[in-house]
Design a protein around this ligand. Structure first.
Ligand SMILES: Cc1cc2nc3c(=O)[nH]c(=O)nc-3n(C[C@H](O)[C@H](O)[C@H](O)COP(=O)(O)O)c2cc1C
Length: 161
């Protein structure tokens, strides 16, 4: 049985997904900092982490300690199958990974991170209007529907997990 959702969030998008998922599945959610006080080693969890330069933050800390049933990667870039596969490879993930689009909140970023994200935005070609707005002034893509595939996977496989 899945014991909890564990998350790592810098600006709050991943936290929002953790809260939504927790309500939907009726299991608690813990930050990666507090989880060690809450769960025994080896317990089954769902892990949600924000994406920083292609890496899912916090993943190393939990990968060896808990049994991760599936992962959610929360990033700002638009979804594509290619991007999902890149994330899987870069983060050494062999279990299901779901991409959950977060956003950008410039008010919560330091100057260096802000510059970095703005630079990436300028190099991104052929993006849709909302993505351009996101890189210019910030935008939040978090909606409950983005969790549908992950929830379906968990519910379909719940008798085995
Ligand atoms: C330094 C930095 C690097 C980032 N790198 C990526 C990236 O490689 N891919 C991506 O999709 N988003 C990237 N982002 C965007 C974040 O993943 C996005 O803002 C996410 O919603 C943050 O989640 P949080 O609000 O839970 O912290 C980056 C953001 C920062 C600040």
């Amino acid at each position: 049985m899945i014991k909890s959702i564990v998350y790592e969030s810098k600006c709050g998008h991943t936290l929002k997904y953790a809260e939504m998922l927790s309500k939907k599945l009726n299991i608690p959610f813990y930050s990666s900092e507090e989880v060690n006080r809450k769960l025994e080693n080896g317990e089954k969890i769902i892990y949600l982490g924000w994406v920083c330069a292609g890496k899912i933050k916090g993943i190393n800390k939990i990968q060896n300690r808990y049994t991760v049933i599936c992962y959610g990667a929360v990033g700002a870039y638009p979804y594509s199958d290619k991007y999902l596969n890149e994330l899987k490879t870069a983060n050494h993930i062999n279990t299901p990974l779901f991409y959950l689009r977060g956003g950008i909140d410039y008010s919560k970023l330091g100057n260096f991170s802000k510059l970095l994200v703005q630079m990436v935005g300028k190099t991104m070609k052929d993006t849709d209007e909302k993505t351009q707005i996101m890189f210019k002034q910030g935008y939040d893509f978090v909606v409950e529907e983005n969790l549908e595939n992950m929830i379906q996977y968990i519910q379909t496989n719940s008798s085995n997990i």
